[in-house]
Design a protein around this ligand. Structure first.
Ligand code: NDP
Length: 300
């Protein structure tokens, strides 16, 4: 068997086009332009790349982007003051504080200072609670992207066995909650899980969010299962030349492709969905605050 490759890049482009269409209608029919504020503290190179890409895609979707780049030495007090200003700014519908923050800043304090209605990352404790109790919330972007890909692949997820590997607050736990809300039977595995390959072998759906290069092997996969690889790991690639590196997921793509029914590649799978869902969340936040109908297909 050779698995269907789920093209996250193409799917994300469709989501962005859909978002852009809604943005145009919001502007022409209601005179409203959704706005996303991104706050970056310090000079973490990976974060700078993400923020640049978020800025570009925000503009391409026709939204207003507000970028705030602060020095690594910025005090917690000053960052909280900026968050409060953004909370009060009616032109800003979504606020994203790029993580990680420097060590002297309490991440939880800052995230929980964001107005939950503008918390487009879905990390505020109110949104975590709303998602956990099945109420309308802002849903974290990466798990939302995975859910969209899974719903596109399967007409109905109800009753399927899902194994999520990883229990982080930003990916594993919200992913498990979303799958539970879609009536999957969900197992959350982590570093203490016993007989992980046997656990994974029960799954119709596997979501790997571990941070370990190519950990999930083909003989862990139930034939025909759908495998979603969230992992982004940079490994040495001497075959591409001296000192070269490349990105791989948490799943051994070649090995698992022989057994799975469908699989996301890395790169080009879940990664592009994350920013597309950030734009979708900003649009959703804008519709909600203005009492307008929210785009159904772009939310959980
Ligand atoms: P974390 O490090 O926060 O969590 C990793 C999880 O994996 C933990 O729950 C940990 O268990 C578990 N784990 C670690 N080792 C093992 C093991 N040997 N067997 C089973 N479980 C294990 O990572 P994140 O959730 O933040 O990210 C996971 C991956 O996804 C990373 O590669 C990251 O780069 C990528 N990522 C990709 C995004 C995208 O846009 N595509 C967005 C966010 C993340 P325990 O809790 O017991 O320690």
């Amino acid at each position: 068997m050779s698995a269907d490759v789920i093209d996250g890049k193409a799917f994300a482009a469709r989501v962005r086009t859909e978002v852009a269409g809604h943005v145009t209608r919001l502007r022409t029919d209601h005179g409203i332009t959704p706005g996303l504020a991104v706050v970056l503290v310090g000079e973490d190179p990976a974060s700078q790349v993400y923020v640049r890409s978020k800025g570009r895609q925000t503009a391409e979707a026709g939204m207003n982007g507000f970028e705030h780049r602060l020095a690594a030495s910025t005090s917690e007090e000053d960052l909280l003051a900026l968050v409060n200003n953004l909370n009060a700014d009616p032109a800003v519908h979504g606020i994203l504080v790029q993580l990680p923050l420097p060590d002297h800043i309490d991440e939880a304090l800052v995230i929980n200072a964001i107005d939950p209605a503008k918390d487009v990352d879905g990390f505020h404790v109110s949104n975590v609670g709303l998602l956990g109790t099945g109420q309308k919330s802002m849903v974290p972007c990466t798990p939302l992207g995975c859910l969209m890909l899974l719903r596109d692949r399967h007409e109905c997820l109800s009753g399927m066995n899902a194994v999520v590997i990883g229990r982080s607050n930003i990916v594993g736990k919200p992913m498990a909650q979303l799958l539970l809300l879609d009536s999957c039977t969900v197992t959350v595995a982590h570093s203490r899980t016993r007989q992980l390959p046997d656990v994974v072998r029960q799954a119709d759906i596997v979501v790997a969010a571990v941070g370990r290069a190519r950990m999930v092997r083909g003989d862990w996969i139930k034939p025909g299962a759908t495998v979603v690889d969230v992992g982004i790991n940079r490994i040495a690639a001497p075959e591409m030349g001296e000192g070269k590196t490349r990105l791989v997921g948490d799943v051994d793509f070649e090995d698992c492709s022989r057994v799975a029914g469908a699989i996301t590649p890395v790169p080009g799978g879940v990664g592009p969905m994350t920013i597309a869902c950030l734009l979708a969340n900003t649009l959703t936040a804008c519709c909600r605050v203005n009492g307008l109908e929210e785009p159904e297909r772009l939310t959980a």
